[in-house]
Ligand binder design. Structure first.
Ligand SMILES: [Fe+2]
Ligand SMILES: [Fe+2]
Length: 133
């Protein structure tokens, strides 16, 4: 999947995190069967930190639809986790299937939940104290 101008949400730390997310989805999509489990784990590690960071910003800035947004993050982590289990049990190609589903998910999530959070943080003048490493 390619970075698109519409993904720039005007919140630099969030935009940087989203570029990393896309890189890891692409690495998983292009992974061999031997590489797929490690690539899936890398995407999961990133996503845990990515979503925890946004969840933290939501709490601190008082984002009204916080539960809806956290719920979407939880659902994605749960499905990535169950795919990892199946991939580790001998079906590594499933990792690539998940990479194929991520672009549509991200396109929608970025345009709705993340765009709303970025706009909210700008509106209330919230500046995050810590940025994901
Ligand atoms: Fe995000
Ligand atoms: Fe999000």
């Amino acid at each position: 999947m390619e970075w698109q101008d519409k993904y720039t949400l005007g919140h630099d730390p969030m935009d940087e995190t989203h570029k990393e997310f896309i890189e890891l989805v692409n690495a998983l999509a292009g992974a061999s069967n031997e590489e797929a489990v490690a690539a899936l784990k890398a995407l999961i590690t990133h996503s845990e930190a990515h979503f925890a960071q946004e969840n933290h910003w939501m709490e601190e800035s008082g984002f009204p639809p916080i539960h809806c947004h956290i719920g979407e993050h939880q659902r994605v982590l749960a499905s990535l986790g169950s795919v990892l289990k199946m991939a580790e049990k001998g079906n590594p190609g499933l990792g690539r299937v998940v990479a194929g589903e991520m672009p549509a998910w991200f396109d929608n999530h970025a345009a709705t939940m993340d765009a709303a959070l970025a706009a909210h943080m700008r509106h209330v003048g919230y500046v995050p104290a810590a940025v994901m490493a």
